[in-house]
Design a protein around this ligand. Structure first.
Ligand code: FES
Length: 298
């Protein structure tokens, strides 16, 4: 028997917002996000009704096939979403879903991950971003038993500071079948550890070098160093500036020297977003990371 909190049990026995959303008024849009598969033991379909004018989630409902924690996580997720702006909802993490339930047993954390992924799938559909472009399963397949890619495993390791293969299994199931992928999961854990160490190295370099010499130094960055540095400059220098005007952005992907970002908040749909991109984002990244970088909004 799992050691569930009272809140998990309460949501399990009295789930909120079960079912689909089928009716909408003018000015409202209904989108769904679906993750998991019944073959894997858990599946979740999240339905959102969004007010077009205010970009606010007016209703959220779910249909799930899973255990008590899957039902409780889905129920709590719908409660967290109602009344939120779409851009705010996109920032919700699996950690917050679990925390809203007073925590989940580590072996059941994959239920909160499933909720966050269904939410992301629904919002990306709403924003018209092709799922193939952000589908984490497009990476290299690591776990064949559960169809989990390296991209997904690495994101979960980073977001939840995981350090063991057992934790990875608890969060995304990978490794929980035939076990043959466990050595690959260990490699990914090691890669992230190395990435963190490089990140500290790069941060030290930035702190000690002046701007002009930094631009010269970073020309020899490895891919991992480049990605880490771009993320750091975005988090430390660009996002605070955009936030002053209610804007935000998220790093979406990096292909060579092309940096793809998602504009959020006031930046999303802003008539001057192109200028914002070129001046506030691209110029900063050229200066702080590599002069050959270009930025594109997706
Ligand atoms: S391949 Fe991952 S558990 Fe079997």
């Amino acid at each position: 028997m799992w050691d569930y909190t009272d809140k998990v049990m309460e949501h399990f026995h009295n789930p909120r917002n079960q079912g689909a959303i089928t009716e909408k008024q003018e000015g409202e849009e209904i989108v769904t996000g679906e993750v998991g598969s019944i073959a894997c033991g858990d599946a979740l379909k999240l339905h959102l009704k969004i007010d077009e004018a205010t970009k606010t989630i007016k209703d959220a409902r779910f249909q799930t096939f899973g255990c008590a924690s899957a039902i409780a996580s889905s129920s709590a997720l719908t409660e967290l979403l109602k009344g939120r702006k779409v851009e705010e909802a996109l920032k919700l993490t699996n950690k917050e879903i679990a925390e809203s339930l007073g925590g989940l047993p580590e072996e059941k954390m994959h239920c909160s991950v499933m909720g966050q992924e269904a939410l992301e799938a629904a919002i990306y559909t709403y924003k018209g971003i092709p799922l193939d472009n952000h589908e984490e399963d497009e990476g290299n397949l690591i776990c064949r038993c559960f169809g989990v890619s390296d991209t997904k495993i690495k994101r979960i390791i980073r977001e939840n500071n995981l350090t063991t293969a057992e934790q990875v299994t608890n969060y995304v199931k990978a490794g929980g079948g035939c076990s043959s992928c466990l050595p690959d999961i260990d490699d990914l854990l090691e890669e992230i550890t190395t990435e963190k160490e490089k990140s500290i190295e790069v941060a030290t370099t930035i702190a000690t070098a002046d701007r002009s010499s930094t631009a010269q130094t970073t020309k020899t960055l490895t891919n991992i160093q480049k990605i880490t540095l771009i993320q750091q400059v975005i988090d430390r220098e660009i996002r605070p500036v955009l936030a002053e005007d209610g804007g935000d952005l998220e790093l979406f992907d990096i292909e060579g020297d092309l940096v793809k970002v998602i504009l959020k908040g006031a930046c999303n749909g802003c008539v001057s977003s192109t200028e914002t991109l070129k001046i506030a984002i691209e110029a900063t990244l050229k200066d702080r990371v590599l002069p050959t970088l270009t930025v594109e909004s997706v």
